[in-house]
Design a protein around this ligand. Structure first.
Ligand SMILES: [Zn+2]
Length: 174
C-alpha cells in the first residue's frame, strides 16, 4: 500500500504544477477513491461539522469542517471548508432547516481582525461570532479515523460526478 501521508500536502502545492503530476500523485497517495469512476453519474456527498465551544458566548455551536463522499471514514477524504470552492459548495447545500437542526451558525462573509479582511466563514449559532479559518484548520488537523466518525452530518446531497471532480481538481489546484 502506498503511504497516504502526503495527502494533506497535496492541498498546499504550487498552483502552477502540471495537472497530470498532481493527479498522478493523488492516485499514489490513495486519493483515487475520491475520484468518481467512469460509470458514476452522481456522487453522494456529506457536509460535516464539529461541535465546538464558542470563544465569545460559550455555547456549543457546530462548525462546518468540510465535505466528503458519504460514508468516508478516512480523514484524508475530507475536503477542508477553508478551501474557497468548498465554501461555495457548503453555502449552496446548507438550507436553513438543516443548519438549525445541526446547530450550525450562518455561513457568511465576516470581518477578521486577524487577517485584516472579510471572508466567508463559520459563525456561532447564537451570537454569530466569527469562528475563524485558522481555528477550523486546527480542528481539521486534529481529526483522526476515530473522530472522523464522530463528526456531525450537517447536510447530504447528490452531486453530479462531473461537479465533484471539478471540486476535487479545484482543491488540488489543477
Ligand atoms: Zn457565541
Amino acid at each position: 500500500m502506498p503511504s497516504r501521508s502526503l495527502g494533506p500536502a497535496l492541498f498546499t502545492r504550487p498552483k502552477d504544477e502540471p495537472r497530470e503530476t498532481l493527479l498522478a500523485e493523488a492516485k499514489e497517495v490513495g486519493m483515487e477513491g475520491m475520484f468518481p469512476s467512469h460509470s458514476d453519474t452522481t456522487v453522494s456527498v456529506v457536509v460535516l461539522g464539529c461541535p465546538e465551544v464558542c470563544w465569545r458566548c460559550g455555547v456549543i455551536t457546530t462548525n462546518v469542517v468540510g465535505v466528503a463522499p458519504a460514508g468516508a471514514t478516512d480523514p484524508y477524504d475530507l475536503l477542508p471548508f477553508t478551501d474557497d470552492p468548498v465554501k461555495e459548495l457548503v453555502a449552496a447545500l446548507l438550507d436553513e432547516a438543516a443548519r438549525h437542526q445541526a446547530g450550525v451558525g450562518r455561513i457568511r462573509s465576516r470581518w477578521s481582525k486577524t487577517t485584516g479582511s472579510a471572508y466567508v466563514s463559520n459563525g456561532c449559532r447564537r451570537c454569530d461570532a466569527l469562528q475563524g479559518d485558522h481555528y477550523i484548520m486546527e480542528s481539521i488537523a486534529g481529526i483522526d479515523e476515530r473522530t472522523m466518525r464522530e463528526l456531525v452530518a450537517v447536510a447530504e446531497a447528490e452531486m453530479s460526478a462531473a461537479g465533484w471532480t471539478e471540486l476535487l481538481e479545484a482543491c488540488l489546484g489543477v
